[in-house]
Design a protein around this ligand. Structure first.
Ligand code: AVI
Length: 327
């Protein structure tokens, strides 16, 4: 506690101790890495919006097409488990894709409550205020917090059947073993008959995948560099972002797409408490994984974590799947 107070006195005003600890631990690891969850400050959110709109980043369009064009089929599968139910969305964001589903479920007179879960209180208060206006008749109860804590809370609030949406290929941002653990924990938090819909980005032409993470306008590069800028802004470090190169690679054998920032020279980055991070020339920071799966792998994944795969929804190119599993 005393150490923490000292740190608070040294660092900029909005000092987040956990952020500092994770950054220092990551940069002292071998190889160096940073946790991709820290990409998403206000600046990072804006850059991610730009990524989603950029030519090469196909993932959002693919999943949007599924939610726009197969809405009735999605509703049918979801409603088959019986009513009433709670529709829970992990990491709801602005709920653009799920709004199509919500409207259709209301049209079908489904008896359900929408429980968006997000770590951001801003996201939750905005959804609580705006969604009932854009989706008349919607019952909504936003939950702000960590996914599994809020899933437990959702189970306390009602005993209704649960349908959990985990979209956007967010599962790809976990290494495969962590994603398996995540699915197992999800299963443990659900009852038999509950359902999950998980968005997976599928393996495809390696050039298509690589381009999505190395766009020609350099937005993904800025998205990565923004984390170094954030560390400068919030933790008072002195990264010179011009001396880091964005490098993305995709391995078609393993399906892992990884991004790195590579130091263009030998250098030392310092923090206000005197902590120093040394970089050799060409030393890299592993920034993010975006894992791609084959359809068979998604099925194995379901079975290994105790779910039964019941339906798959593909976009017209067959690049993305929203897989529906029953607990
Ligand atoms: C949020 N997530 C699914 C994105 C992805 O495709 O891995 C994050 C991202 N990183 C770079 N571009 C997009």
């Amino acid at each position: 506690m005393e150490a923490l107070l000292k740190l608070r006195a040294i660092f900029p005003e909005n000092f987040n101790a956990q952020f500092y600890i994770d950054v220092i631990n990551g940069l002292q690891s071998e190889p160096k890495h940073l946790d991709a969850k820290y990409f998403y400050d206000a600046e990072g959110d804006k850059l991610f919006q730009q990524i989603m709109n950029c030519e090469e980043y196909y993932l959002t369009d693919c999943e949007m097409e599924i939610f726009r064009q197969q809405t009735a089929e999605l509703s049918e599968v979801i409603m088959q488990g019986g009513q009433p139910f709670d529709l829970i969305e992990l990491g709801a964001g602005d709920a653009t894709k799920s709004t199509h589903l919500l409207r259709d479920l209301i049209k079908q007179e489904a008896d359900f409550t929408y429980l968006p879960i997000d770590i951001s209180s801003h996201v939750i208060s905005t959804l609580n205020a705006t969604l009932p206006l854009s989706v008349p008749g919607l019952k909504i109860k936003g939950l702000q917090g960590e996914y599994f804590e809020m899933l437990k809370k959702a189970a306390d609030i009602s005993t209704n059947r649960k349908v959990v949406l985990f979209m956007g290929a967010n599962i790809g941002n976990m290494p495969v073993a962590d994603a398996e653990d995540f699915c197992e924990e999800l299963r443990r938090n659900l009852n038999p008959g509950d359902m999950v819909l998980i968005g997976f980005d599928l393996k495809k032409n390696p050039e298509t995948i690589l381009a999505a993470y190395n766009d020609s306008e350099g937005i993904t590069k800025e998205f990565n560099l923004n984390l170094l800028r954030r560390i400068n802004r919030e933790l008072g470090a002195n990264f010179n972002v011009d001396t880091f190169h964005h490098y993305a690679m995709y391995d078609p054998e393993t399906g892992s797409c990884k991004s790195y920032l590579v130091s263009l020279k030998e250098q030392v980055v310092t923090f206000p408490d005197g902590e120093e991070i040394h970089f050799k020339r060409d030393e890299y920071i592993w920034m993010e994984i975006s894992q791609k799966y084959s359809l068979d792998q998604t099925k194995e994944f379901a079975l290994r974590s105790g779910f039964k795969p019941v339906a798959n929804f593909f976009d017209s190119k067959g690049w993305f799947v929203d897989a529906v599993w029953v607990a």
